[in-house]
Design a protein around this ligand. Structure first.
Ligand SMILES: Nc1ncnc2c1ncn2[C@@H]1O[C@H](COP(=O)(O)OP(=O)(O)OP(=O)(O)O)[C@@H](O)[C@H]1O
Ligand SMILES: [Mg+2]
Length: 374
């Protein structure tokens, strides 16, 4: 036997369910949004099941009460609820995101849209308010940001380790291998040496002594690269001047420093980050730029701190896809982002490279760190 399909209310005769009831049914069916009306004074005038689910009040408990009960004591003290209504009345619609309070006192992160409702004569008759509980979404986003930040940190650490390994291999490893070979040779020669030969061997041993001194310098340099003691002892300005001079001596590139770091003290975290950015920028100059001149400028006043490192080398296209194993520029950006600042790279092939970083002062390291994960 065939049973008649139950007709949806949409298909039923309009007289059956009035338009206004259709809207009521629609709003009652929505469970993910609190949808309700406020009278012009901000008292709750209607309530839907979504509102009950999100905020915990039944319709009987909340209709007639002022909507400021949904706000935190701080927001109430600062007059936020009435400010939002005023803004909605003025602009027609206002959107806000922030903490709201449930009936049981627990908090949730809400996205709220308040829309002013007018009658045919354009008189304000109240507000439609739609609230969405974003707590879970926010938690997931924070988790994702934390994952991304820790992946970047991990990547930066691995990158740093790779660089150290390369330095140790290319520099110390080769010097040690050369010393070992020299010692073996002279050991063999000494075994059957005559007095005149002995003189020559002593000279050779003196040369090995010179190489050992060079080895000690290399070890000190690598150690200084790892943690520039200069930064702790003499501060950022002197450490940058030392870095520039060392670079100039090593690569024969002329460096001009314009450093004007005044109070307030940037702090260890920012000083290390700025030092590392300059260090990586100079490493890039040595490896890629074929430059003759480099300028390092650093200035700060009470409000901000500006760093610029520019070279006159071959340049590159910063918009071209980066090599997946290139982490230098990414690491620089990340360090400055961690301080709540911004790093930009300007270059065109043939025109050299300018790296600029800007930091707002005073630094709020805590919010900068959480901001970095954003
Ligand atoms: N000063 C510069 N002059 C010319 N090209 C540059 C300069 N700085 C960066 N580049 C280009 O940008 C690319 C990315 O630089 P980045 O520092 O991120 O990586 P990398 O130096 O290649 O490797 P590493 O991860 O060891 O730093 C470089 O490979 C190079 O092509
Ligand atoms: Mg690099």
């Amino acid at each position: 036997m065939q049973t008649a399909e139950p007709k949806s209310w949409l298909a039923r005769n309009e007289s059956d369910i009035a338009i206004v009831d259709r809207y009521r049914l629609l709003i009652d069916a929505v469970r993910d949004y609190a949808i309700f009306m406020l009278d012009p004074g901000g008292r709750v005038a209607s309530w839907n099941p979504g509102a009950q689910r999100i905020k915990g009040y039944s319709s009987d408990e909340i209709v007639g009460r002022h909507f400021s009960v949904f706000y935190t004591p701080d927001d109430i003290a600062s007059g936020k609820p009435s400010r939002l209504l005023e803004a909605a009345a003025l602009y027609g619609r206002i959107e806000d995101e922030g903490w709201r309070v449930r009936k049981d006192g627990s908090r949730f992160w809400a996205n709220v849209v308040i829309t002013a409702v007018h009658d045919d004569q354009d008189a304000l008759v109240g507000f439609a308010k739609i609230t969405r509980d974003m707590t879970e979404r926010r938690r997931l986003e924070e988790l994702e940001r934390a994952h991304a930040a820790s992946a970047l940190t991990q990547q930066a650490r691995e990158n740093e380790q790779k660089r150290i390994a390369r330095e140790l291999h290319d520099d110390l490893g080769q010097r040690i291998a050369a010393l070992k070979m020299a010692l073996t040779l002279h050991g063999t020669a000494l075994a059957g040496a005559s007095p005149t030969q002995m003189h020559g061997e002593l000279e050779a041993i003196a040369q090995i002594g010179t190489q050992v001194d060079a080895l000690a310098v290399a070890v000190r340099r690598i150690a200084a690269d790892l943690r520039p003691a200069m930064l702790d002892d003499l501060g950022l300005q002197a450490a940058l001047e030392w870095l520039a001079e060392d670079f100039q001596n090593r690569y024969g590139v002329t460096i001009q420093c314009q450093l004007d770091i005044s109070e307030p003290d940037l702090g260890e975290f920012a000083a290390t980050a700025l030092f590392r950015v300059v260090q990586e920028a100079l490493t890039n100059v040595a490896r890629h730029a074929h430059a003759h001149r480099v300028t390092i400028e650093l200035q700060n006043d009470a409000k901000d701190c500006r760093l610029r490192v520019s070279d006159d080398g071959v340049g590159f296209d910063p918009l071209a896809a980066a090599r997946p194993d290139a982490f230098g520029l990414m690491g620089m950006r990340e360090r400055i982002l961690q301080l709540g600042g911004l790093l930009t790279v300007e270059s065109h092939p043939g025109t050299g490279v300018t790296i600029s970083a800007e930091l707002r002062l005073p630094l709020d390291i805590h919010s900068a760190l959480t901001g970095a994960a954003r």
